[in-house]
Design a protein. Structure first.
Length: 277
């Protein structure tokens, strides 16, 4: 089992989409919420007050598994509680998924608040306090989906993110039928995820990552196709050959799936702080 923790509205919404998978249990941190696995924060005027609030995991700490997936955005005031809550579970295997808002959709104060959270968490990742920091940009998700109606906008983005995140987690913990080991460098703890077209090799990352040093690819093919298509191995190797880039370490793995449709996913990693001007 692994644990999901959502902080704020954005983080809690992602966790609520992932909670039905039997490999997870779920926890929520926000204002105005109730439940046995919910930590309700008081509503404060200032972000700093959330950092000094005495909220804790004390009631639920024994239920939190070693591997933790922590979801949050940085533009809301509640993001001020992130460091305090992470500190309480620092001995766990912490994977933080940070969702970056569209700067045109939030005010100047929220933009400054997000910049602080964004930079501090990257420093945490580089120092080894986080196992992984997965960066996601809502604008990049929008590009992947295409035209998104205003009603249901965030639902569509959250569905894409949650599905991709879960499937990558599944394949990282599954045995491939062929490929090369995904051996992440210990310093490459800043990453993003994305989808991969298994026919063309086109990839669409969920964050415009700069100075990528490592990439891992996941191919998931229908089992019958893997048994009957004699050209598949050559096609995969050709896609990987085109992705070879000086200075970037590449790995890939192939998995069987019972789905009729083929799927592809990718992870891009770096040790370089993102968003520095």
């Amino acid at each position: 089992m692994e644990s999901l923790i959502g902080l704020g509205k954005a983080g809690c919404n992602i966790v609520s989409l992932l909670k039905n998978h039997p490999v997870y249990n779920d926890f929520y941190i926000d204002t105005g919420i109730k439940g046995t696995r919910h930590i309700c924060l008081p509503e404060y005027e200032n972000t700093e007050d959330y950092d000094t609030n005495k909220a804790s995991f004390k009631r639920n700490k024994s239920q939190i598994h070693n591997k933790v997936h922590f979801f949050m955005a940085g533009s809301g005031k509640v993001s001020g509680a992130s460091l305090r809550m992470l500190e309480q579970i620092k001995k766990h295997d912490l994977n933080v998924c940070y969702i970056k808002s569209d700067p045109d959709g939030i005010g100047s104060i929220a933009t400054k608040r997000e910049r602080v959270s964004f930079n501090v968490l990257q420093q945490f990742a580089r120092s080894g306090l986080l196992e992984d920091l997965i960066l996601v940009d809502n604008l990049s998700l929008e590009v992947v989906i295409g035209d998104v109606p205003l009603i249901g906008y965030y639902d569509r983005l959250n569905e894409l993110l949650s599905t991709t995140y879960h499937m990558i987690n599944v394949y990282k913990n599954s045995r491939p039928i062929m490929g090369s080991p995904d051996e992440r460098s210990n310093i490459a703890r800043i990453s993003t995820i994305g989808i991969l077209n298994t026919e063309s090799g086109e990839e669409k990352l969920f964050y415009p990552m700069e100075r990528i040093t490592e990439k891992a690819y996941f191919f998931a093919f229908n089992e019958e196709k893997l048994k009957t298509d004699g050209t598949l191995g050559k096609k995969i190797k050709e896609i990987m050959r085109k992705k070879l880039d000086k200075g970037t370490k590449i790995s890939y793995n192939v998995y069987t799936t019972q789905y009729e449709q083929d799927y592809g996913y990718c992870i891009a990693r770096t040790s370089v702080i993102q968003g520095e001007e």
